[in-house]
Design a protein around this ligand. Structure first.
Ligand code: 6PG
Length: 251
């Protein structure tokens, strides 16, 4: 099921997203003994990671049973300013008692193609493929670029159409750099996918994605349609400004 939740501010969005993350963690641990999540880079999730690192969330979440993966990574070392791993480490991992083996960062320092193969191998070891041959994450957090990209699935890249591999390393012309990313079938196998977008700069692309024609080659975020899971769009009022949907809509 797809739902669209609209919040009055980025802070309210972050609070709601942190609450959802904590609730999914509790649910997954009680049902399956562990919570497997994939995190996003970018600026939008900063408020969420900051909240998860402190009361009440830091003590609510069963960190010893939480396993964190990344949805994508820039091909840089883990201490590089552009690293999505470093973003999460500095905002969250340095403040919560998550066991180091539960932190599964993408090896951005490696050759991208080799890194993708290694990460896919790690994933295959850790999460057995489900019915359709893909791993089932409990929760995948995704940001949204103004060009409609998500994770590192950028417009016009072959990665959008990947239907077999779980992880790809590819050169992104628009970013003049290599990226590692999980693929659409992995995202769409998740139990919950949370899209977060805030700010007026995202309003046009959010409207195109949610209310425009399906054209995932140019709007890769449209490829995200979790078959058996929930898709939750969490927007602040500015990012939702052009939508016909009012308030907490369910579509
Ligand atoms: C990354 C992210 C990327 C991000 C979008 C939105 O590596 O940058 O994974 O997909 O979520 O670019 O970024 P902002 O939240 O900064 O707008």
């Amino acid at each position: 099921m797809t739902s669209v939740e609209i919040f009055s501010s980025p802070m309210e969005l972050s609070e709601a997203a942190a609450k959802l993350f904590a609730a999914r963690a509790a649910g997954a641990v009680s049902a399956r003994g562990r919570f497997i999540a994939a995190l996003s880079g970018g600026k939008t999730p900063v408020g969420i990671y900051t909240l998860l690192a402190k009361a009440p969330f830091a003590s609510q979440i069963p960190w010893a049973r939480v396993h964190l993966f990344w949805g994508d990574e820039r091909c840089v070392p883990p201490d590089h300013a552009d690293s999505n791993y470093r973003l999460v480490r500095e905002l969250l991992l340095d403040y919560v008692p998550i066991p180091p083996p539960n932190i599964h960062r993408m090896p951005g320092e490696m050759d991208p193609v080799e890194a993708a193969a290694r990460y896919e191998g790690q994933l295959r070891e850790f999460i057995a493929p489900h019915g359709d041959g893909f791993p089932v994450f409990d929760c995948i957090l995704l940001g949204l670029g103004e060009d409609g990209h998500t994770a590192s699935l950028f417009p016009g890249t072959r990665a959008i159409r990947e239907s077999a591999r779980w992880v790809l390393g590819h050169y992104v012309d628009a970013q003049k750099g290599w990226r590692i990313t999980i693929t659409p079938p992995v995202i769409n196998a998740a139990r919950t996918v949370v899209f977060i977008a805030a700010g007026s700069g995202k309003a046009a692309v959010v409207k195109e994605i949610l209310e425009g024609p399906f054209r995932s080659d140019t709007l890769p975020a449209q490829i995200v349609r979790p078959a058996g899971g929930d898709l939750v769009w969490m927007l602040d009022r500015e990012a939702a400004a052009l939508l016909k949907v009012e308030g907490k809509g369910k579509t």
